[in-house]
Design a protein around this ligand. Structure first.
Ligand SMILES: NC(=O)c1ccc[n+]([C@@H]2O[C@H](COP(=O)([O-])OP(=O)(O)OC[C@H]3O[C@@H](n4cnc5c(N)ncnc54)[C@H](OP(=O)(O)O)[C@@H]3O)[C@@H](O)[C@H]2O)c1
Length: 208
């Protein structure tokens, strides 16, 4: 697949690396062309100017700090429909560092804001929970990637990209579940910063 990555930081570079290894064609860009070149060199991706990153991509990953979401989507032409009809993966965490409290208004998810800023794009909340290193280092056992979104085809495409990283996709519902997924990240971050292993804070429930 052709994948466009908006953002050039740690997470963008890690996923570009994982997807390049899986044989995908990755374009990467951010507000700094120099940092895009560095990320491209480190991951095997191609650096492109922001307006061209999404170009002909089959899927797009939004990988910036939550404060930069509106700026980068604007630079990529999303408000005027450049991402319409395409899966737009939102892994962002708008979470107060070290505390885990969400910075979004009550009842709203970042993914809802992303959908508003990218009309017509098929937003899928996914990949926000595990650290980037999970997708670049060899793993002893696969992890489950809970995700949600409204478009079945987009969910299938993102699910396949999750598998390519070594994860197992689990769709929990439509984009109206995104706030819940984002709260889970806040919960995990809060426990981790309190010195508690989050896996010890949830019950082992037998599956049906
Ligand atoms: N790292 C992880 O393990 C991980 C795991 C799950 C989810 N995430 C999520 O992934 C996203 C990226 O995280 P990261 O770890 O890659 O962070 P990072 O290394 O700090 O990179 C942040 C990226 O956001 C860009 N950015 C910030 N403000 C911007 C603006 N106003 N306009 C354009 N670009 C802007 C930065 O550009 P500059 O370089 O130009 O400043 C950089 O490309 C975050 O939302 C994070 O919550 C990260």
């Amino acid at each position: 697949m052709r994948i466009g990555i908006l953002g050039t930081g740690t997470f963008a570079t890690a996923l570009a690396t994982g997807w390049t290894r899986a044989g995908h064609d990755i374009s990467i860009g951010g507000r700094s062309p120099e940092r895009a070149e560095v990320a491209a060199k480190a991951s095997g991706a191609r650096a492109r100017p922001l307006p061209e990153v999404a170009g002909d991509a089959d899927a797009v990953l939004l990988s910036v700090s939550w404060e930069g979401i509106a700026d980068i989507l604007e630079a990529a032409g999303a408000p005027t429909g450049s991402l319409a009809g395409r899966p737009l993966i939102d892994p962002t965490n708008a979470v107060e560092h070290g505390v885990g409290v969400l910075r979004t208004e009550p009842g709203r998810a970042v993914a809802d804001q992303v959908a508003d800023l990218a009309p017509g794009a098929h937003v899928v909340k996914a990949l926000h929970l595990f650290p980037s290193t999970r997708w670049t280092a060899p793993a002893s056992s696969p992890v489950t990637v809970a995700m949600c979104g409204d478009d079945p085809r987009a969910l299938t495409i993102v699910g396949s990209l999750v598998r390519d990283l070594g994860g197992v996709p689990a769709v929990i519902g439509g984009l109206n579940r995104a706030r819940q997924l984002e709260e889970v990240a806040g919960f995990v971050i809060a426990l981790a910063f309190a010195g508690v292993d989050p896996q010890q804070a949830v019950p082992a429930v037998p599956t049906a």
